[in-house]
Structures are given as C-alpha cells and as structure tokens.
Design a binder for this molecule. Structure first.
Ligand code: ADP
Length: 622
C-alpha cells in the first residue's frame, strides 16, 4: 500500500487528462451525473459558470475535474474549515495532490503549503476567503500565474455572499478582486441554495454576468419526507429510531440548547450513542463531538441549527426535527444533509399545535421592521403549509422553489398513505365564533373546553357556560378540535396574540369564513392509536435491500475493514469508500482486482491501496 498519495498525479498535462478518463480512472465512477458533464466541459474550456445543485448532487467534481484537466493550480474558496480538511483527505485518498490553507494550520505548515504552491506540486488548494484576500497571498497567486499558472477559481458555498441568506460572510463580498486581478482565469461559483433572489445576488456581487448558469433539479428522490403529528415527541422519536435506524448515524434538531442537552441525555439513557451540539458548549467539546460524529459510525448528533454547515458525511441516514425549523428553505437544507450518498434516507419531523402557536407568536413578538416581517410571515406560511399539506411533499417543496414535480413520489407519507380531507367549514365557523364570544383572549385549551361544554374552574370564573358557543361542539372529540385550531392558525385564519400570552384573535382572513363566504377544507389527522410512527407501509426495493444489508455478516465485515483502514489513517470511513460502493461490492462479490475496479467508487488510486484488503474479506468466505 502506498502511503504517499501526493505522488500519484503528475501536475502537468498528460494525454489521459480528458474529463471522461479522470472520472473513470481517478474517481472510479462510470458516468457523470446530471449537469456535471456540461459544467465540466464549459469550465475546462475556460468559461465562467454558476452551478446550482442540491446537496449531494456532486458539485465538487464540477471544479475538481476541470482543475485536473487544465494546467496550473486550482484554487477553491470555501468558508468551512472542517470541510476543507475532509475534501483534501478525500482527494489525497484518490491520489490527487491537494492541500488547504486556513487558520487551523500553524506557521510552519502554512509555509510548507506555500512552498508546494511555488514549486507547482499541487493541483488543488483549498483556501479560506480571509486568507485569500491577504496581500501576501494575492502576490503569491500573481507570481504563480507567471510560472505554473492558475487553472481556475472555484467559489464554493457562493450564497455566503448574500446578506439575506442564512450564512452571510462579509469576506465573500471582496471576492470580485479575483476577477479584477486575474481576468483570464475561469471562475466557477457553486451553491445549493435554490431561490432566485439569492441567485441574482450571487451574479451581481461576484460579477458573474457573463457566466453560464447551470441549474439542476433540486429534487432529492432518495429522501423520504414525513411529518408526524406530535403526541409524545420523545417516544415517537424513539420508536422511529428503533424501527428504522437502529445502527445509523443521524441528526436530531431541536430549537433550544436546553432541549438539545435534555434530549441527548435522555437518548443516552435509552442506550443510544447520542451527543449534544450547540453554540453554548465549549469549543473543544463541540469539536470533539463533531469529530466523533464524522469519524465513527452510528453516532446520533442532537443539535441546534449551529450544527450541520460543512458536514459532508455522506452516510447520514436520517434527519429528525423535534421542533419546527425556521423556514422551508432551512428545512430543505437541514434535511438535505441526509443521504448525500444517494442511498435511502429519512427526513422525519414531529409537529403539533404547540409548534404552530409558538412560531406564530415568535413572529408577532419580533422587532423586525415591517418589510422584513412580511417576508418572514410568508416564509412561515410556506413552512406551515408544508406541514399541513395533503399532497406529495416532494412536489410541495419543489413548487416552493419554483420547480415542477409530477407528484406521486412514493417517497413521502402523503403518497405512501394518502390523507383524507374533510369539509370543515362548519367546524371552523364554530371554532372562530368561540374565539369571538370569549373575547379574543384565550388559548386553545380553554376554547375547546367551551366548545365541548366542560365545567372547569376557568369556565365558571368567566361565566362561559352562558355563551351561545358553550357545548355546541360535542360532535367532535378534543383531538379533532385541537386539529381544527391547529389548521386554522397554520392557515393564518387566527392570530396568536403576544400580549395576551398566546390568546387567539380573529383577523381579516377569519371574516369570510364566519360569514359563510368561504369553504374550509382540512386534513383528517389519523387517530393517535392508528398513527404509524414506524416505517411507512410500502418501501422501495432499494430501501429494502439497504435494510437487509444491515443484517448481513458480509456487510458488517466490509464495514469493519473500512473502519480499520480509516482508523489507521485518521480519516472518516466514508473517505475510504462510500456505503454505496460497499453495497455494490456485496452485490457483485468481486474475485479479482479487475472485477473490483469495475465497481463505482473504486478508482485506480484506491484499487492500488485497498484492493487486496477488500478482496481478502471476500476470500474469507463469509
Ligand atoms: P455536493 O457538494 O453537491 O453536496 P459532493 O460533491 O460532495 O456533493 O458529492 C456527493 C457525493 O456524490 C460524493 O460522495 C461524490 O463522491 C458522489 N458523486 C459525485 N459525482 C458522482 C458521479 N458522477 N457518480 C457517482 N458518484 C458521484
């Protein structure tokens, strides 16, 4: 086994450096995915590009292959230090001469990288934007351009340039200097953020008006989306984990630090390998937890949204939300961290009345200026609309991003178990009228008590048994009224009043319903006992094959071998081989290096380094 991967790829041009050959020989993949080939040809020929591709779509190859095809050094600007290390590790595994330059390097190590750059020994250099912008680094690049040349600039996570986005990095704004000082070097900007305003801002801020845009579908067909009605969220999570993810790595998102701590501790008590992650933990502990999640298999990270940016662990099998995310964009991004390897993954969310009330309340209490609040309100409406949707969830999300999807995905709860809708006009009128009669200041619990005609201390205190709405709702059960109120609030037909501690008020949208001018249709929530928290009834073949693999001794042996090799080198296991590569090995039972080489993900470098080791696993005749 060669332990000097930096030596494999000669930095100068060779007759074999066409994109096809590099894809096959170095990366070990039989074909390009989606837009990859078009992007790669365009950039290899010196064109500028803006690439929009979902997480897991394969953006890295879009600049890595052109950098290997062209002469000179490819500079990759990335805001994520953890990710740089990962990418460089992965490239070295493939035998590509790569390095990174950021604040995590000490002076000696940084000098050594500079020397490698000057000697023309590298094909790819990852660099943090603040480092790139220093005069000394720009001078280094200028000298390099006179000698070995610069093959391209790749601007990863390009949405960081947008002030309205969630990851704004002021240093990204200065990146136009690349265009000014190195006009002849092609630039490729990449992002997984789909919305049009961000895209426009990237073009404008990075002076990419001349760049060709490559927009991919944002669909993630391997992710199964489910929204479970909150009942006892922890127990529901537990049963989801037990039935579907007994040995898997995944992320559980919670809104508050306290809930993160409590949930992680509770999962641990239940015997799960769960770790907390939030901005309140000290940096050393955070980074320890993060590296356990990345380096080991089957760790569950319970986290606030502080966790996830820059995690490119390919075999995250589920993302669970115990609280609502901030927006549908955020939800898509957070759940998008699952299943980067293209294998089946779950996006699971527990959602209920309490979430709707607190999200609406939070928005009303914010101090944002009016225009900003309007935008936030629209975003919240879209998110709640998604939660309450009865149609295909892939279709619902993609429509929000302006993309068509035919529906019937067979990969979401609504398609797997169609949800009934019922004409709830009369119930809605009763519910709204009860809000009005009680003076528009009570919360859902009390309103339901009034509708059901209960005698509680509060009802007596306010004399609510005298109201015309007292006891008029006995045809529906408590749960159903709760569902009606949840859906009215979600649809914006009731306002949550901050000053009255979450009391409900009528608004403009309530009026047409009360006056009988508008019909209201609602989803029929399944009764709690009938609700499935376990796996959806039907599964795809791929999903079943994957589940079966977990039981298989050969699979376990392949994973153990991968872990052993990963530990030896201090890299994450998926950097050695992805799960999908191991699965294909299981399918094909390779008996020789030539057979192994035909498996997707086994390039020449990895074949030479690990081929014999993996063949031995098969020889042991499990
Ligand atoms: P992104 O940066 O878009 O989230 P990556 O570049 O990390 O995605 O790619 C996601 C995964 O898909 C990686 O494991 C990568 O090796 C794999 N991949 C990329 N292109 C191909 C391809 N053409 N064939 C097979 N696997 C691919």
């Amino acid at each position: 086994m060669s332990n000097d991967p930096d030596k494999h790829t000669a930095p100068d041009d060779t007759p074999d450096n066409t994109p096809d050959r590099i894809l096959r020989d170095i990366f070990g993949y039989p074909e390009f995915r989606g837009n990859q080939q078009n992007v790669i040809e365009h950039v290899t020929n010196g064109g500028d590009a803006l690439v929009l591709m979902p997480t897991g779509g394969g953006k890295s190859l879009c600049y890595q292959i052109p950098a290997l095809c062209r002469s000179g050094l490819g500079i990759v600007i990335s805001p994520l230090i953890a990710l740089m290390q990962d990418q460089v590790d992965a490239l070295k595994q493939l035998g590509v001469a790569a390095a990174f330059m950021n604040s995590s390097l000490d002076i000696d190590a940084a000098r050594e990288v500079s020397r490698q750059v000057q000697r023309g020994e590298l094909k790819l250099l990852y660099v943090a934007p603040e480092r790139l912008m220093t005069e000394s680094f720009l001078n280094l690049l200028e000298r390099l351009q006179q000698t070995n040349g610069i093959s391209l600039f790749a601007i990863d996570e390009a949405h960081c340039v947008s002030q309205w986005g969630h990851d704004f990095r002021p240093e990204y704004r200065a990146l136009t200097v690349l265009h000014e000082r190195f006009p002849a070097v092609p630039r490729i900007a990449l992002t997984a953020t789909a919305d049009a305003p961000t895209r426009r801002e990237i073009v404008e801020r990075l002076a990419l008006e001349q760049a060709q845009q490559f927009v991919s579908s944002f669909d993630r067909p391997n992710i199964r989306y489910r929204v479970t009605l909150k009942d006892n969220a922890r127990q529901q999570l537990l049963s989801f984990l037990e039935t579907e993810h007994a040995d898997d790595a995944g992320i559980v998102y919670c809104l508050s630090r306290k809930k993160v701590d409590d949930t992680a501790a509770w999962l641990k008590e239940q015997g799960w390998d769960a770790l907390p992650y939030h901005a309140g933990l000290d940096a050393a502990l955070r980074s320890k937890h993060q590296s356990r999640f990345i380096q080991e298999e089957g760790v569950i990270m319970v986290a606030t949204v502080a966790f996830g940016m820059g995690i490119d662990k390919s075999n995250v099998r589920f993302v669970a939300h115990l609280d609502l995310p901030k927006s549908l964009e955020a939800y898509y991004q957070e759940t998008g961290r699952a299943g980067r390897d293209g294998l089946p993954a779950n996006a699971w969310m527990a959602y209920g009345l309490g979430d709707v009330v607190s999200m609406r309340q939070m928005l009303m209490s914010g101090e944002a200026p009016e225009a900003r609040r309007r935008v936030e309100l629209q975003k919240l409406d879209a998110l709640l609309g998604y939660c309450e949707a009865t149609e295909c969830r892939h279709q619902t999300v993609l429509r929000y991003f302006g993309e068509d999807h035919p529906g019937n995905c067979a990969q979401c709860d609504n398609c797997l178990e169609p949800v009934d809708r019922w004409n709830a006009t009369q119930a809605a009128q009763m519910a709204l009228s009860c809000v009005y009669r009680t003076g528009q200041r009570f919360g859902v619990g009390h309103l339901i008590d009034v509708l059901l005609g209960k005698t509680t201390a509060k009802i007596e205190q306010f004399n609510h048994q005298q109201l015309s709405t007292f006891g008029i709702g006995q045809e529906l059960a408590q749960q159903q009224w709760s569902s009606v109120y949840r859906q009215l609030i979600a649809a914006g037909m009731l306002t949550v009043d901050m000053e009255a501690y979450g009391g409900l008020k009528l608004n403009e949208s309530s009026r047409p319903v009360l006056k009988g001018q508008q019909e209201v249709w609602m989803r029929r929530d399944a009764a709690p006992s009938k609700r499935k928290t376990g796996s959806a009834a039907r599964g795809t073949r791929k999903q079943e094959a994957f589940a079966a693999a977990n039981e298989d001794r050969l699979w376990l042996a392949l994973k153990a071998k991968r872990m052993e090799l990963a530990r030896e080198q201090g890299v994450p296991p998926y950097v050695i081989f992805h799960d999908s590569t191991l699965l294909e090995m299981m399918d094909r039972h390779p008996g020789s290096l030539a057979e192994l080489a035909r498996i997707s993900g086994v390039g020449q470098g990895k074949l030479a380094r690990y081929g014999d080791e993996f063949l031995k696993v098969f020889e042991e005749k499990l």
